[in-house]
Design a protein around this ligand. Structure first.
Ligand code: 5AD
Ligand code: SF4
Length: 473
């Protein structure tokens, strides 16, 4: 048994991160235990979790399990959790209730609880005390140990808890079953050292660890050979890529070298304004296969709040970077994240956020009400602002977000834009895909276009999406 520890999670050691190429293995006792059985993965949260779930699926398939979309029909359910806000928590607690019921009917059902919530001391203690029927709790640093945990559980029939708060190594040999044949997530970095005062990620994902450039480039080359069109480079803080490597190798170097693999499209998330270098801007502008789309969280338009958030930039500095990006990268689309209702955010602070939004007119923003996270510095501040007030602020901000999203889309009306067609839209039987600037387009076209990047004539624009037809000569 190994439980998470908040004090340990806060620490940053100078210890070397080991890059391990043979750490993941399947003990022979559990080889093929999944043959003839089915697994489901329930994924909550960000792209990092979506990508971790692809690795978990890879492990499950190597154990012989086959994929089942409906978890009620599965022999093993993996819940990959998110801790970023209270509502992500609540969803997981709800699903645990439903799975408990399934377990009562089928005692052979195996339940694995993993992801960021598993890294929280109070949550894993709660699972231990109140949910003894959860078979395995495993942390974000050691999903490679799932086969080993299964072996333990099958041998002893006791709950196995295996969560480490000290940052892990980098495990390079995990199997993967990707969700798409055309677009791939590629991890370039794990963890975060920024410690924004509201954020739980530095505690649940550990210290910043960059993958070796050679390993990333090999992965992208392999994807290209398999026919992938697009890669999204993933990290909590990709602009800081390489700062923990000895070589003085930067995100600008990485982008340039990935561009040279010749893969059609390169994206990256998420960028922190603090580390966004001029070199990076120049590389994005120079290479056509690096997409003109940047997600650049601002979080607030008030310097006071930014300071309390420990964001390390002022509104003026953010604006300077924003305008530089707009100037140097023609047609760039910039989206952002904003938190309203940070403890004691005044109405004047909030007005400043609205004013910045009016000035910068983002293509889109993901907006959130501040949610206190256990152990983070902001969670200790006594907050005088009511939830009703916060909800009203969120509503006002969202009005603006929608207004400018539609205006941003209008620029595309009756233009021809390149779209990577991914598949059928859930809603209307049309095919769908994204422009280079990350706009969703629903297209009147047949399935032979799926997996291709084609010119699309935009016939109509809405707030969240656009309509178009394929334009072939
Ligand atoms: N409360 C609300 N929103 C948060 N985010 C991160 N932590 C919190 C929190 N405690 C938001 C930030 C971040 C995005 C991924 O989630 O805006 O950029
Ligand atoms: Fe959280 Fe800030 Fe790190 Fe982003 S940069 S993951 S908001 S601590």
């Amino acid at each position: 048994m190994n439980f998470p520890d908040l004090k340990e999670a806060r620490k940053r050691t100078k210890e070397k991160v080991n890059i391990l190429y043979d750490k993941y293995l399947i003990p022979y006792e559990v080889k093929n235990i999944g043959v003839g059985k089915k697994y489901s993965v329930l994924t909550y949260g960000c792209q990092m979790n979506v990508h971790d779930s692809e690795n978990i699926s890879g492990i499950m398939e190597e154990l012989g399990y086959s994929r089942e979309e409906n978890y009620e029909n599965s022999d093993i359910v993996i819940i990959n959790t998110c801790a970023i806000r209270e509502n992500a928590h609540n969803k997981v607690i709800g699903i645990l209730g439903r799975i408990k019921h399934l377990k009562e009917i089928n005692n052979n059902l195996i339940v694995i609880f993993c992801g960021c919530m598993a890294q929280e001391e109070s949550i894993t203690n709660m699972i231990y005390e109140k949910y003894p029927w959860v078979d395995i709790v495993i942390g974000t640093h050691n999903i490679y140990e799932i086969p080993l945990s299964l072996k333990k559980v099958l041998e002893s029939e006791k709950q196995s808890i295996s969560v480490y708060s000290i940052e892990g190594d980098i495990i390079e040999n995990l199997p993967i079953k990707r969700d798409s044949k055309y677009k791939a997530w590629v991890n370039i970095q794990y963890g975060c050292d920024k410690f924004c005062s509201y954020c739980i990620v530095p505690y649940t994902r550990g210290k910043q660890r960059s993958r070796m450039p050679e390993d990333i480039i090999e992965e992208v080359k392999g994807l290209k050979e398999k026919g992938y069109r697009e890669v999204t480079l993933l990290g909590q803080n990709v602009t800081a890529y390489g700062k923990d490597l000895e070589k003085g190798y930067t995100m600008a170097n990485l982008l340039e070298n990935i561009s040279k693999t010749g893969i059609d499209r390169i994206r990256f998330v998420t960028s922190h304004p603090w580390d966004f270098s001029d070199d990076m801007i120049e590389v994005i502008a120079r290479y056509d296969n690096i997409m003109p789309y940047i997600h650049l969280p601002i979080q607030s338009g008030s310097d006071d709040i930014l300071k309390k958030m420990n964001r390390r930039y002022t509104v003026e500095e953010y604006k300077e970077l924003f305008y530089k990006l707009k100037k140097k990268i023609p047609g760039v689309s910039i989206t952002t994240d904003i938190i309203v209702g940070f403890p004691n955010e005044t109405s004047s602070d909030f007005e400043k956020t609205l004013a910045v939004y009016d000035e910068l007119k983002f293509d889109l923003a993901y907006t959130f009400i501040y949610s206190p996270r256990e152990g983070t510095p902001a969670s200790f501040i006594k907050d005088e602002i009511s939830i009703e007030e916060k909800e009203e602020r969120l509503y006002k901000l969202n009005q603006k977000v929608n207004e400018y999203a539609k205006i941003a889309n209008q620029k595309y009306l009756h233009k021809i834009v390149p779209v990577l067609i991914e598949g059928f839209s859930d809603k209307n039987g049309k095919v769908m895909g994204y422009t280079d600037t990350m706009k969703l387009v629903n297209i009147e076209a047949d399935e032979s276009y799926i997996g291709k990047i084609v010119p699309v004539f935009i016939t109509d624009v809405k707030t969240w999406s656009m309509e178009g037809v394929v334009k072939v000569d």
